[in-house]
Design a protein around this ligand. Structure first.
Ligand code: GUN
Ligand code: ZN
Length: 436
């Protein structure tokens, strides 16, 4: 074994299981040669404890924190960023489906996968759960890009067979073979850095037969599952018409066998109390995507209620309805939208979340939602060293009035931009900026 590396920074922020954030001034993180965290503490103490460690000091403007976890995004929608095509259903039909169809072209698919993952990396994301292209070959190309770049990715081919243009449909009889080929190629790659996630788009574009098949495969291979649920009111009305024999949207996924503790459901803005209880008892997680919810005019999720119910929740950039991969901005919106929720649902007060909870959602909360919190999401010995270094000098205001840890966290949450991201590491390996 080689010498450990001791990373030293002016501040280290670390989220805890209690949804708090601890702050270490002049801190250090030691990482072994396998990329695992050995210890976290004050730099002078760790330097005494690890006298042979190779020291890498990020300097007086540095802030170190766990890499951001994006629990819901769409690779083939990168070019849809910042294009307004109305609410969810028209947006899907006029902008998204034609764009996703372009992934039949391997050259376009290759180029877009690279752009998408590099953009996420520049924004400090180290783990992402991704809806891939609607074609097996393009999904494999996307996995190859993630493998090369070094990110931690859970991804699957976006599966659809109903209400979408014919070129986007998969035949149910072809789906098992296509999935098993991708699984064999990529699931578990690089000691589990890449995982295959079964990805039926939503009940609006999948037959019950396809949803069932997805559930069966996920069950057989113990795979993560992702889909969308209860995102907008017109969507819910439309789905009710498509599935008239089901009492609720959630009941469709339940009947298909898709509600498991490995399932991540995006949005969930409009769930009845009984649907919330159903998700809670099945152990499903929710991807909260507040920027997307505003952009598509979908609404405001009752985040505080869901957290208090004990639902697992992470943040999703939901590109291209969300307009950047920067999860810290998603955390900012999560907090601001939770405040706005009190205007539309005064009976729910308090609706707010704390700044600490916002940062927790962007890191450890996301890791818990993905079932990966034993290896990522915070700095604990034995976890993988997925972390980012930010430049405090990019935050506003310069020369701040208050310099205590809570004020630092607030400045970070409200004023950081992607320009603050200086370095990104996964398993102790620097991915950004790339090293020769
Ligand atoms: N519901 C079904 N597909 C999608 C999608 O691509 N984006 C969003 N935001 N919602 C969806
Ligand atoms: Zn989505």
């Amino acid at each position: 074994m080689g010498h450990p590396v001791l990373y030293r920074a002016r501040y280290i922020l670390n989220p805890t299981r209690e949804r708090r954030v601890t702050c270490i001034y002049d801190g250090a993180l030691t990482v072994d040669s396998a990329g695992r965290i050995q210890a976290l503490g004050e730099a002078t103490q760790l330097q005494q404890r690890f006298p042979h460690a190779i020291v890498r000091d990020f300097g007086p403007r540095s802030l170190l924190l766990p890499g951001f976890v994006d629990v819901h995004t769409h690779l083939p929608q990168y070019q849809a960023i910042a294009i307004d095509s109305g609410e969810l259903l028209p947006w899907l039909h006029t902008l998204i489906f034609p764009l996703e169809a372009r992934f039949a072209d391997p050259e376009f698919a290759e180029q877009q996968a690279e752009l998408f993952f590099q953009a996420a990396l520049r924004c400090g994301t180290t783990t992402l759960m991704v809806f891939g292209p609607p074609f097996a070959e393009a999904t494999s190309q996307a996995f190859a890009a993630a493998a090369r770049i070094g990110l931690r990715v859970l991804m699957g081919q976006t599966l659809m067979d109903t209400n979408v243009p014919p070129e986007l449909r998969i035949r149910t009889e072809d789906a098992p073979q296509a999935l098993e080929k991708l699984l064999a190629q990529w699931h578990g790659y690089d000691y589990g850095r890449l995982l295959y996630a079964v990805s039926p788009r939503f009940a609006g574009s999948c037959s019950l037969e396809l949803l069932r098949l997805c559930a069966d495969i996920a069950h057989r291979y113990e795979l993560p599952v992702q889909t969308h649920l209860a995102e907008s009111l017109p969507e819910i009305r439309w789905i009710a018409g498509q599935f008239p024999h089901f009492p609720t949207y959630t009941a469709i996924y339940d009947a298909a066998g898709l509600l498991t503790s490995r399932t991540i459901l995006a949005h969930c803005l409009y769930l009845s109390p009984s649907e919330q209880a159903q998700l809670r008892s099945a152990g499903c997680a929710i991807a909260h995507c507040p920027r997307s919810n505003v952009f598509l005019r979908s609404g405001i999720m009752p985040l505080r209620c869901y957290l208090d119910l004990g639902l697992r929740i992470g943040l999703g950039s939901d590109i291209g309805a969300g307009y950047s991969p920067f999860i810290l901005e998603e955390a900012r919106y999560a907090r601001e939208m939770a405040k706005l929720r009190s205007f539309i649902a005064p009976e729910e007060t308090p609706t707010e979340i704390s700044p600490e909870e916002a940062l927790w959602l962007a890191t450890l909360g996301g890791a818990q939602a993905l079932g990966l919190d034993s290896s990522i999401g915070s700095f604990e010995s034995g976890k993988d060293a997925d972390f980012i270094v930010m430049d405090l000098a990019t935050l506003e205001p310069q020369h701040p009035l208050r310099t205590d840890p809570e004020s630092l966290l607030m400045r970070l949450l409200y004023t950081a931009t992607p320009a603050a991201i200086q370095r990104v590491f996964v398993r102790g390996r620097q991915l950004f900026p790339p090293e020769p």
